[in-house]
Design a protein around this ligand. Structure first.
Ligand code: HAM
Length: 433
């Protein structure tokens, strides 16, 4: 018979993998809470009209479009940001700003499969809406770094590259490149990780950028120091506030203890059309994979969708790349399964007593795996070992007759006798040597 497999690029989470995912989700939620973000959720299915944009972004061609239902063209979301914008706009009169929201969202993209790229992934989204100062960028990044720390990763394992679309725009301006080509140029340049410079060159030529200007653009992207940018833009009035903004950002990042993580790189552009200001991407130190997380400022998205003119900053932090990195570093958490108690019984006559023991354990606030059918002690204890049970109780005819149970410490084999009654609190049951 033909083997039935999951759709290509979609993932099953068997219990071992699910436990790893749970550790990650807990680290994400804890970081969001620590930094004052509130959790929210949006549907996986959205209208295609909301998700589709015409800016030439790769993501537009990766949308899983569903059959029309109830007269609406629906699709699986490739990212959460349009849904966030929709939710904010729907209640913009009632919400108080700035607001800080976080969500863990499953997203679907019909991508060419490579390392770190699946057709379905989970993303932590952290967004601040209604704040124009770069405190918003620093807080969003601080929360993401906190989550990385909670997973055991620090500045020796990853770094964050910081660019700025608005800065790049004034740099382009200073080179005489027409402003209406800017977004398309950004999207072409963002492909540099995926296609050769020759192909990027071709894309720019298609945008009517001259060969001389393309050469200057490539030179620009090699700059790594803000001082050089200051020198290049000296005397250009409109550059002042933009230079101040990125300088402030780096100062605030130092105050927040994040400076070691950041480097300036004007070549960080991002493949989504809506970013307007500071943009960022985190990579592992060896730059082996796609970005661990990425985001930036997107001040015009809400107004372009018919909402108020509210400044926004946010990021998406995927589960695939960080889990691969943890595995590569041998630091993948939560592989072992544990249960506080295993309870088993000899036969059907012993079952009611075993069932009472299990409910007492569970009411004490502990986890308990109760056998589903009668079994011999040897089989029960080896099952208890497989479950990684910390303690085990086996109910045979003697236990039923005397009302005394034997609590076995599965780590060292010690046993303690205990009389079960309604007040037995298994949390305080120690097994002394
Ligand atoms: P993005 O850069 O497209 O941004 O995705 C964010 C992160 O999600 C990536 O850095 C990567 O870790 C993960 N990711 C994306 N696509 C895949 C894939 N096919 N397979 C595995 N992981 C993937 C956004 O989605 C923006 N909406 C983020 C944002 C929120 N900007 C502002 N607020």
């Amino acid at each position: 018979m033909k083997k039935i497999s999951a759709p290509k690029g979609m993932r099953d989470f068997y219990p071992d993998e699910y436990r790893v995912k749970q550790v990650l989700f807990r680290a994400w939620e804890e970081a969001a809470r620590k930094f004052g973000f509130e959790l929210y959720e949006a549907p996986v299915v959205e209208t295609l009209e909301l998700l589709e944009r015409k800016a030439g972004e790769e993501i537009s061609s990766q949308i899983y479009v569903l059959d029309k239902k109830g007269g609406q063209q629906l699709a699986l979301r490739p990212e959460l940001t349009p849904s966030l914008a929709r939710m904010i706009i729907a209640r913009q009169g009632e919400l108080s700003f700035p607001l800080k929201w976080a969500s863990i969202a499953q997203c679907f993209r019909y991508e060419r499969m490579q390392k770190g790229r699946k057709r379905e992934h989970y993303q932590l989204n952290l967004d601040i809406v209604g704040e124009s100062s770069c405190m918003a960028e620093v807080e969003v990044l601080g929360a993401a770094v906190h989550a990385m720390h909670a997973l055991g990763l620090n500045h020796t394992d990853f770094h964050i590259r910081i660019g700025s679309r608005s800065l790049l725009s004034v740099l382009f301006d200073s080179l005489g490149i027409a402003a209406d080509h800017f977004t398309a140029c950004c999207l072409a340049l963002d492909k540099r990780d995926k296609i050769s410079d020759v192909d990027v060159h071709k894309l720019l030529i298609n945008e009517n950028v001259s060969t001389g200007d393309i050469k200057k653009i490539f030179e620009l992207l090699n700059i790594r120091s803000l001082e050089d940018v200051h020198r290049m833009l000296a005397g250009i009035e409109q550059a002042g506030p933009i230079l101040d903004e990125i300088t402030d950002f780096f100062e605030l990042a130092s105050d927040a203890g994040l400076r070691d993580y950041f480097s300036f790189d004007p070549g960080v552009i991002r493949g989504l059309g809506y970013y307007t200001g500071i943009v960022f991407e985190a990579f592992d130190r060896n730059h082996q994979s796609r970005a661990i997380f990425g985001g930036g400022r997107y001040d015009n998205l809400l107004s372009s969708l018919g909402g108020h003119n509210l400044p926004c900053v946010g990021l998406g932090f995927g589960d695939v790349v960080v889990t691969d990195l943890l595995k590569e570093l041998g630091r993948c958490p939560g592989i072992q399964r544990f249960v506080d108690y295993a309870v088993g019984f000899m036969d059907i006559q012993c079952r009611p007593f075993a069932s009472r023991v299990a409910s007492r354990i569970r009411r004490s606030g502990l986890d308990c795996d109760l056998g589903l059918s009668g079994e011999k002690p040897k089989r029960f204890f080896s099952r208890g070992n497989r479950l990684n049970a910390r303690k085990a109780v086996f109910i045979g005819p003697t236990e039923v007759e005397t009302g005394l149970i034997q609590v076995k410490n599965m780590v060292d084999g010690r046993v303690r006798s205990l009389r079960l009654d309604e007040s037995t609190d298994f949390k305080s049951v120690e097994v002394p040597g």
